[in-house]
Ligand binder design. Sequence first.
Ligand SMILES: [Zn+2]
Length: 280
Amino acid sequence: MVSALIHGNEICGAIALDQLLSSSFAPDRGSLIAVFANVAAFSRFDTTQPYASRFIDEDMNRLWSREILDSTRQSVELARARELRPFAEAADFLLDLHSTSLPAPAMLLCGSHNKGRLLAAKMGYPFHVVADEGHSSGVRLRDFGDFNNGSTTKSSVLVECGQHFDSESPTIALKTIAAFLFACGMLDQDSEQFPRPASSTEQRLIEVSHAVTIQSDCFSFSGEFQCFEVIPKAGTRIAQDGTHDVVTPYDNCVLVMPARQPHKGQTAVRLGRYVPDTKD
Ligand SMILES: [Zn+2]
């Protein structure tokens, strides 16, 4: 399963998926489930308010727990998630296509289980891989059900293809789809349908240890952080949340995807470290 538009304004994945479906592509084996998820939000896309069409009622990428899907709660996004649920349950592998609000290098988010890391390594593209557990505000599609169960083989990755609306992002999305199809065995190694993306000989893996959830209505970062800044010293203040200082928990702390507009209850930034440093 390859899904785009879980966030209605993250259009690069939809452009790439549309290109794939408009081409003569046919998998060498298996079946591809192609998903345009939040079409309702996307259909409201307005170039004068490009961030407004992320969702209509609520973030569709925080709804993927059985408790919420089975509940009686209603929203535009929940109705659509319930339609998509059987497809997500049927998929052996999932690639979920996204982009970021601030400029950031492309990265795969592979979850916290080893199987996600193995899938990311098999893809070999893009260069940065982030192992994280998601958000306290709700479950992502990539963590839905058995995708987040270490004892099954169902595997998923989420890709951030750079910043929203960056003209390079659809190309990155299409290359990531190709890497995913090769890694899942849906394309033969010698397939000429797609050039294999030049894989980085060694990807860089960041292990996320903390997701900083915003506690107050008054949150601000201490600097103009974008992504992957390394803060050398433990205890360095990186943000203020109400009266509380947010400080780095260890030396050489890597900041992953700071939020453009921090809101209470949401993730402000994830904190992690490059894997070779974890033994320090
Ligand atoms: Zn997104």
